[in-house]
Ligand binder design. Structure first.
Ligand code: ZN
Length: 232
């Protein structure tokens, strides 16, 4: 036991275990965040609230059974820092950890029942290759660990508009977003209830475009979850 502690202390010297939020090293080995940062996290409680802000984003645009965003997003605050870590610092562990929180809350809410698959909002392939991972897929892995709902990858894909389309006028290009998501094997989704997962929802345009491509498959229904939502 003493040797184990000694080893851990040595490891701590070389690989200090620090809070991803504030850098403090006063935290249990299994936690990503210290108690102070955990307490600071602005949870929305949207999972339990019918007609919440995120559901209203999609109202009249797309049929969403239930939508959840785990955190309120504000510039310069903790949540922005954590999402930056996930997206730009290869800190996939924090995405997984926060994904587990989403999973626990949707499970407790009872409003996200009978979900068959978690689907991460696909990135453009070149963007994913550059980053090395899709941050939404990492969040899905966390949700899966708390809910046991399987993650479905590589069936819904995202493609860039063709060269001729990208040369079009900016306003026209916006309209083309709808054509950029494709379901490769619709038979897998047929009759399924899908939870579509993103990191941050702002206008909801990408989720809407992707969601519409899923809803084109017969018998599908859709729920939405994100780590955070930003108000305009
Ligand atoms: Zn902290």
């Amino acid at each position: 036991m003493a040797i184990k502690n000694l080893l851990e202390n040595c490891l701590h010297l070389f690989y200090p275990h620090q809070c991803t939020g504030c850098g403090s090293d006063l935290l249990p080995k299994t936690n990503m965040l210290c108690l102070h940062c955990l307490h600071e996290l602005p949870h929305t409680q949207f999972a339990t609230q019918q007609g919440n802000y995120v559901e209203n984003i999609f109202r009249g645009r797309m049929n969403v059974l239930a939508a959840h965003s785990e955190f309120f997003f504000s510039k310069g605050q903790l949540v922005q820092h954590l999402i930056h870590e996930l997206k730009y610092k290869a800190n996939t562990a924090i995405g997984y950890y926060l994904g587990e929180m989403i999973g626990n809350n949707i499970l407790l809410s009872g409003r996200f029942s009978n979900i068959d698959y978690l689907i991460p909002l696909p990135l453009y392939p070149d963007k994913e290759a550059k980053r090395g991972y899709n941050q939404s897929a990492i969040i899905c892995d966390g949700i899966q660990s708390s809910t046991q709902i399987p993650v479905l990858l590589n069936n819904v894909i995202r493609r860039r508009a063709t060269e001729t389309q990208t040369r079009k006028h900016r306003t026209e290009r916006w309209n083309n977003v709808d054509g950029s998501f494709t379901v490769l094997k619709p038979e897998i989704l047929k009759g399924k209830n899908i939870l579509l997962v993103d990191d941050v929802i702002t206008t909801g345009a990408s989720i809407e475009a992707c969601g519409q491509s899923i809803l084109q498959v017969s018998g599908t229904s859709l729920c939405v979850a994100a780590l955070a939502h930003a108000t305009k």
